[in-house]
Design a protein around this ligand. Structure first.
Ligand code: AMP
Ligand code: ZN
Length: 114
């Protein structure tokens, strides 16, 4: 676990979260400050600070996070109408929690990134 990492604490149930999916490898939960009608975060249970820290041996992990996000989008009913997946990286990328997380945003017309 990363020292004082918020998302490790959610994984370890030291902090509450609205968890919508969990398996051996990952957890998905609703974002505390949603930017769309559905705004979930899909995170690995293992602590990886940023996407820059992903290694060759972890190359399949982001793909499995994305597949989970597509399943959640289907469950929410907006897989066909559309949605957005985002990994922010470091400060200019807007990352504020340094444990990698895939944002799933959907349920409204999304506008340009910026
Ligand atoms: P990022 O800016 O990409 O690092 O995204 C961090 C996200 O984590 C933001 O959308 C926050 O609203 C969200 N967040 C921070 N703390 C919590 C929490 N305790 N439970 C759920 N989401 C959180
Ligand atoms: Zn962590």
């Amino acid at each position: 676990m990363g020292a004082d990492c918020l998302f490790c604490k959610i994984v370890n149930r030291e902090l509450p979260a609205d968890i919508v999916f969990e398996d051996d490898e990952m957890v998905a939960f609703n974002d505390i400050n949603p930017q769309a009608p559905t705004h979930m975060l899909i995170i690995p249970k293992s602590h990886i600070a940023t996407v820059n820290d992903l290694t060759e041996s972890e190359v399949d992990l982001p793909g499995r996070l994305i597949l989970r996000a597509t399943a959640l989008a289907s469950e929410k009913g907006f897989a066909d109408s559309g949605y957005r997946l985002i990994f922010n990286c470091n400060s200019e990328g807007g990352q504020t929690v340094f444990h990698i997380h895939l944002h799933l945003l959907g349920g409204r017309q999304l506008t340009a990134l910026g």
